[in-house]
Write a protein that binds this ligand. Structure first.
Ligand SMILES: Cc1cc2nc3c(=O)[nH]c(=O)nc-3n(C[C@H](O)[C@H](O)[C@H](O)COP(=O)(O)OP(=O)(O)OC[C@H]3O[C@@H](n4cnc5c(N)ncnc54)[C@H](O)[C@@H]3O)c2cc1C
Length: 480
């Protein structure tokens, strides 16, 4: 690759102020929220799909990778350019293109910050439902990349359930549309395939999403328990009784103390765990549900059950939960967050096992997670000044995923595979499965241009594969 020539040609596409190539700038773009780092050769900040297409075509000419980046809040190294190349930053493609009120749809560019869409439609009593805890910063393009979840996905589903169509740039540098505003388009569900593909199949340049009405009433409860085990039992009972709260989140004792010191909400400092239980719907229905949930919590010995009295208290409660990772930063210089999913009924045993793993590796542990989904986020604290710490953290993380695999779980509920879990994929998929996924990747991206080094185990872990060249444009279609 002639880097100087590439930079010159990129400047011709996006202008001088759209290309970053100094050592200092590249250093800043080597991070996301995970612990892996790698520097791109150049960062480009396009303003349109046409510019993205031209950049992808240039990447083909120069034979360099293209890695899409939203806000870089990912927790699995998804936007880390492990093979160098062009990092495509979407900070300037952040327009809400259209809000279609009659059809309850919005069309957005990928760089729109998640929360900004809900804020833009709040005056119409509408919302964009997927609400990752990072929603103040992360982008809808990044959410599509990772198929992001959030506290409210227990009742409403993850990103894929709210995305109806995509515009994307293919490996050939063509702009195509898949899906559309209407439901259940004919043919293969390419939108479903692309959501969660971690930027490995194409670069998304527009997204059609559903909007949803805000509920008539919301009730948020804080249930206090003596232990994580008791709180987990309450989770199983609530769901087992057929109540599906809008959100059912758990924080353990370590997290609670950090959050309370940061927010001063009044979280109990001496509790073993709390559940935040949010009920939404018609006013009468949620009053009934709240009573039922209270009774179920009492059956497992809840110590205290509080209800947020008004919107201010409710917002504070959620602020504590959504900023919990940040609050835990007060306890340690660095941490590593895992993202396994287990059947809800296995939560108590799996959480005990994770505690034992952290102890074995001499690591401090905190748990804050989407309990209703069985989506665990054990957070292992470390200090990288300790030369053995990072290795211990990685090994402990791998053991956590082995436990998830052993109980029939998944390696990710929402953070993706990225670099972090690629070599653990064989725990969950056999060689034939991984080969099938590689074949699919090769249909979209025969030259492995898009985000190489992600999802698939590093060579040696499974067999090599000959890609077949089929243009994705021939598969695309649908009523955009
Ligand atoms: C404090 C904190 C809390 C979090 N809480 C949650 C949570 O509750 N739920 C959750 O799901 N995640 C959570 N995350 C993880 C992270 O915020 C999500 O994965 C989010 O979806 C990433 O968005 P981003 O814009 O930062 O994307 P990035 O990290 O920049 O990229 C993520 C992936 O998407 C791909 N991508 C980005 N843009 C495009 C595009 N235009 N076309 C194709 N691919 C693209 C990238 O290549 C990469 O593979 C949290 C992270 C932090 C730091």
């Amino acid at each position: 690759m002639d880097r100087r020539e590439l930079v010159r040609e990129l400047v011709a596409v996006v202008g001088q102020d759209g290309v970053l190539a100094s050592d200092y700038d590249l250093l800043l773009y080597q991070y996301d929220g995970s612990i892996d780092t790698a520097r791109p050769d150049v960062v480009v900040l396009p303003r349109s799909a046409e510019q993205v297409a031209a950049i992808v075509r240039l990447a083909g000419v120069h034979g360099v990778p293209v890695v899409a980046r939203g806000a870089g809040t990912g927790l699995s190294g998804g936007c880390i350019p492990v093979a160098g190349g062009i990092l495509l930053g979407f900070a300037r493609m952040n327009r809400i293109v259209e809000i279609d009120l009659p059809d309850l749809r919005a069309v957005v560019e990928p760089g729109v910050v998640n929360l900004h869409l809900s804020q833009a439609v709040a005056h119409e009593r509408l919302q964009y439902v997927p609400d990752p805890s990072s929603q103040k910063a992360c982008t809808i393009g990044g959410n599509v990349g990772e198929n992001a979840g959030g506290p409210h996905t227990l009742a409403y589903g993850v990103t894929t359930n709210h995305v109806l169509g995509l515009e994307l740039v293919t490996a050939e540098g063509e702009i195509v549309q898949v899906g559309g505003r209407a439901l259940d388009g004919p043919g293969y569900d390419l939108t479903g395939l692309l959501v969660g593909s971690e930027g490995t199949l194409g670069v998304v340049t527009k997204i059609i999403v559903r909007l949803a009405p805000l509920p008539e009433a919301v009730k948020t409860l804080l249930a206090v328990f003596e232990s994580v085990r008791k709180a987990s039992e309450a989770v199983s009972r609530i769901i087992g009784a057929g109540v599906v709260p809008a959100a059912l989140e758990m924080m353990d004792a370590v997290t609670l103390r950090a959050v309370e010191e940061a927010t001063h909400f009044g979280y109990p400092m001496d509790a073993g765990a709390v559940l935040i239980i949010e009920l939404e719907g018609l006013r009468e229905a949620i009053e009934e549900q709240a009573e039922q949930v209270g009774a179920l919590c009492r059956e497992v010995g809840v110590l205290d059950l509080r209800v947020a009295r008004d919107d201010r208290e409710r917002a504070l409660l959620w602020k504590g939960r959504k900023e919990a990772f940040g609050a835990l930063g007060r306890l340690c210089p660095e941490y590593y967050v895992m993202d396994g999913v287990v059947p809800r009924s296995k939560l108590p045993e799996v959480l005990d096992e994770i505690t034992a793993i952290a102890e074995r590796y001499g690591l401090r542990l905190a748990n804050v997670f989407h309990a209703g989904d069985g989506n665990l986020h054990p957070l292992l604290m470390f200090d990288s000044d300790d030369p053995t710490a990072e290795q211990r953290v990685r090994e402990a993380g791998a053991e956590v995923l082995r436990v998830c695999a052993a109980v029939g779980g998944s390696p990710t509920g929402e953070h993706g595979i990225g670099v972090e879990k690629r070599d653990l994929m064989p725990l969950f998929f056999d060689d034939a499965d991984i080969e099938a996924m590689k074949r699919l990747k090769a249909v979209f991206d025969p030259d492995e241009r898009f985000n190489p080094g992600k999802i698939f185990p590093t060579p040696g872990a499974c067999g090599e594969l000959k890609p077949r060249s089929v243009s994705v444009a021939s598969l695309a279609g649908g009523g955009w």
